[in-house]
Design a protein around this ligand. Sequence first.
Ligand code: BGC
Length: 379
Amino acid sequence: MKRIWLVGVIAVAALVMAACGPATPAATSAPATEAATSAPATEAATAAPAAEPKIAILLPETKTARYESQDLPDFKAKLKELGFDVDKNLIYSNANQDAAAQQQQAEAALTNGATVLVLDPVDSDAAAAIADAAKAKGVPVISYDRLIKGTDAVTYYLSFDNEQVGKLQGESLLAALAGKTNPTVVFINGSPTDNNATLFKAGAHSVLDGKITLGAEFDTPDWSPDKAQDEMTQALTKLNNKVDGVLAANDGTGGGAIAAMKAAGVSPLPPVTGQDAELAAIQRILAGEQYMTVYKAIKAEAEAAATLAFDLATGVDVPASMVNGKVNNGKVDVPSVLLVPVAVTKDNIKDTVVADGFWKASDICTADFAAACTAAGIK
Ligand code: BGC
């Protein structure tokens, strides 16, 4: 069983890599014949070379650890490996959860000569305008991790099976609540502007509805952990601290919910879900404060995005074998690369995030967690 997800992730990664092996940049300068026939020799020799391809990556926020500590460095490292000059030709912006700021960042990237946009949208609907503007300039758009909806200007979508993420959270919570009749569960969902949050929520409800009592439910603006903490505080007041489980959409919101419960004196803490396999969450799982997280192989995702972006930027045909699905964005079916998410509890930290090199045992097993690491066989 443990091997299955690894095989899934590796298979897709291998598929992606095999399909897009080192690409030779397409000729970006004027063909030789043209230079020879249209301009005197001296002019041809001094003419400015055609602009080099530029890739822009636009990420949505900084409160969630993954973007700046994993997505961006993994994306850059892969581009470098492919021979792309990231210092000179990569444009990076982070919108800090501000959709209007992201729109401006995208416009600036296009003005500054971006020839491919890799966009993880703050707002899945509003980002259609960004994709349309890119398309008008002939710039392909990769919808990164979150789907850009309602436009035909998305070239590829690259993500995980996000409804499955919610299902894994729901199934794990149900397993943790086995033996309780009609347990009271609080849902702390993600940002209502993020299409992924809608899918996580739908996946979790599809598993839990009819088997639990919904104590309270919130969509968390901006995925803010602070707002999640406030939401959980409200839920505890409403429910007189009687909560059997918390379906939190990611580790940031899960951490906020746990902080609220600790502040309200809830003990023992009920099972809490999460997502992203953040270091702090893995440590909370070891300490028994959080029940589970969902591991998504961000490296595979970022590397696939880099490979696609490089091929598009350098004019290499992306082989059809690279995509493994299609996702409808309300306007068109977008060719997609979808990776496999994995549920992580105390029992399989070692065989998932550690085995995959996502975290080293030494990252996780600091002094406070040394004993829990030994008990979980992590070394
Ligand atoms: C991503 C999650 C992330 C969340 C908050 C979602 O779209 O898929 O990995 O935790 O946004 O940034």
